[in-house]
Structure formats: structure tokens, C-alpha cells
Design a protein around this ligand. Structure first.
Ligand code: MG
Length: 210
């Protein structure tokens, strides 16, 4: 059986939180303490006492500004991601990068192209054409259209949304300090402790063994 595997980008393939926090400090939107004293949350940086804006809307604006001024070209790769994706591809799996990267409508193409270039540079032919989720749409739509058997995600809300709308899809929640929620997640969400463990989890379900 051909395994089709969706993979979120930021937090699964690419490191985003640290470069974004450095951007906030560089712009004077946050104190340098943000980088050394706190575990960076997935979202909600505006709650930090070291960040100088107070609302989610301000944080969204800063994220869009990051996309415009810094872009996604220079993000580091998450540990183990390159090897994990290569392993899946070597076993015949199709890996679809799917990202919600916050963008404004007028820089959708730029954000998509930067994502495409970054993936080519680091993952070569091991990944399929990336899908950038448009504002107002969601990842579950793509998951259903492509009939993805697996989706690897680090955002617990996204993981839950995909799992609920795609009950036959195994959603691997890549363990991060910011996603250890006490909420009971749907039965088709399983936590993966890094890429190796995530592939083992996929292997137990689909027979793609490490
Ligand atoms: Mg993510």
C-alpha cells in the first residue's frame, strides 16, 4: 500500500520559534530576556512579560512582518527531520509538506516559493510539492483530498482538528515542550518523541519499519 504522509513544516521540519523570537528582539518588540529565560510557546508570545505588545493581532502582524523582512529561507532544519523524511521516501512513502505559515494574501506566492526553495535545498526529491494553507482553510481539507494515511504535526489544536475530521488518518503529534496538553486527544492522535520514535509509530501502524 502506498503510504501518503503529510508533514507540518514549522516545528516538525523547520525551526521557527527561535528565529522569530530573535526577530522580535532585533526589532525592539521584545527584550533579550525572551531568548534566554523562557520556554518559547507555540503561540501566545504576546503573553510574555518580555514582549512589548499585548494582543494576538499584534503577534500576527509581527509574524507577517517576519515573513516579509526575514522570510523562511534561512530557517534551520529540525534535528532528525532530514533523516526521517529520507527514510520514509526510501520506503516509497510520499511526503507532503503542509504549512499554515501566516501570510497576507499579497505575499502568498512569495511565502510558498520560499517554502518550496527551502524544502528543495534541505530535502531534495524526498518531498512532494508543498501546500500552503490559505487563510480561512485548514489542513484537514488537504488531508481528506489527498487521502493521507499519516499526518505529522506539532500544534495540538491542528492535530486535534485533523484527527477529528479525518478519523482514518494517524496523526503523530511531535512532542514539544509547548504541546504537552492535559487535554484528552482523539484516539487517532499518537505522540511521537522525535523523528525516530515518530517513524516507529508509523511503522507499527503501516509496516514501514525502522
Ligand atoms: Mg507547526
Amino acid at each position: 500500500m502506498l503510504l501518503k504522509c503529510g508533514s507540518d513544516c514549522d516545528g516538525v521540519l523547520a525551526q521557527f520559534r527561535e528565529p522569530f523570537a530573535r526577530f522580535l528582539v532585533g526589532k525592539g518588540y521584545a527584550d533579550p530576556e525572551l531568548l534566554c529565560c523562557e520556554t518559547l510557546p507555540l503561540y501566545g508570545l504576546h503573553h510574555s512579560p518580555h514582549v512589548h505588545f499585548d494582543t494576538w493581532e499584534d503577534e500576527l502582524r509581527a509574524t507577517i512582518e517576519f515573513g516579509r523582512e526575514i522570510g523562511y529561507r534561512h530557517l534551520p532544519v529540525i534535528d532528525g527531520a532530514r533523516e526521517g523524511v529520507r527514510y520514509l521516501a526510501s520506503r516509497g512513502a510520499l511526503v507532503y509538506p503542509v504549512t499554515r505559515r501566516i501570510h497576507s494574501d499579497d505575499n502568498y506566492e512569495k511565502t510558498l516559493q520560499e517554502t518550496r526553495d527551502w524544502l528543495r535545498e534541505h530535502f531534495g526529491e524526498d518531498v512532494q510539492e508543498p501546500h500552503l494553507v490559505r487563510n480561512g482553510d485548514n489542513k484537514a481539507t488537504f488531508c481528506k483530498e489527498r487521502e493521507l494515511g499519516v499526518f505529522i504535526e506539532d500544534n495540538p489544536d491542528e492535530a486535534k482538528g485533523i484527527a477529528e475530521q479525518c478519523p482514518d488518518t494517524l496523526v503523530v503529534l511531535m512532542d514539544r515542550d509547548y504541546n504537552r496538553t492535559h487535554e484528552i486527544l482523539p484516539a487517532n492522535v499518537q505522540r511521537g518523541y522525535g523523528w525516530i520514535d515518530s517513524i516507529r509509530t508509523i511503522g507499527r501502524r503501516f509496516g514501514v519499519m525502522v
